[in-house]
Ligand binder design. Structure first.
Ligand SMILES: [Mn+2]
Length: 199
């Protein structure tokens, strides 16, 4: 399952796969691109199969219901609905093209990288421990400036990036965007990523 979108500000790709090539993945994602911003969420439901997918779907539904929702509210509302469910880890990102700002909110082990072309540096947004479980939690949004030429990569623990610095290279990053980079290693697990280049 892959999606691709592009406009004058962004070219992004996404991928979701399932453990043992099952039909249902416990990972889900949603990306919404407009002329003014890009909003995306990547969710890894705990465990695998239908139960994991049901938990992940809660976050997707909340974003579909209110695409302009603040990212901390998205996680808060999703968390409230997790009672009696397996739970999930999630990361949400919103990119505001005009002001060149990346907003980020997450809980649990979704990895997120921003690759800064200009200074050849990798920026790691703050992460919060835990998972969406239904027990009360406070979420925060981190805002980071970006520059034209930056890349970003969000992924679940079903894959890993080996030596992330290689993805500072644009050709390598473009290979990563289509899951063809040798520096991206897939495990036999539900796996997903969102990868974008900013212009
Ligand atoms: Mn996982």
């Amino acid at each position: 399952m892959n999606t691709i979108g592009r406009n004058d500000f962004l070219h992004y790709t996404t991928m979701v796969s399932a453990k043992n090539n099952a039909l249902v993945s416990g990972d889900r994602l949603k990306a919404i691109l407009s002329d003014v911003d890009f909003t995306a969420v990547l969710v890894d439901g705990l465990g695998s199969g239908a139960g994991a997918n049901a938990s992940a779907s809660i976050v997707i539904e909340e974003l579909e219901k209110s695409p302009a929702i603040k990212l901390d509210s998205l996680l808060e509302k999703s968390n409230e609905r997790m009672i009696g469910m397996r739970g999930a880890v999630a990361a949400a990102i919103r990119i505001k093209f005009k002001r060149k700002i990346i907003e980020f909110s997450s809980i649990g082990n979704i990895s997120c990288y921003i690759f800064r072309q200009h200074s050849k540096k990798i920026i790691y947004p703050r992460q919060m421990m835990g998972y969406l479980s239904g027990s009360p939690k406070k979420f925060t949004v981190q805002a980071l400036e970006y520059q034209s030429g930056d890349f970003f990569f969000l992924h679940s623990d079903g894959l890993e990036i080996n030596e992330a610095k290689h993805l500072l290279n644009e050709e390598e990053f473009i290979r990563a965007q289509s899951a063809r980079s040798n520096y991206i290693i897939f495990h036999n697990d539900d796996a997903s990523f969102i990868a974008g280049r900013l212009f």
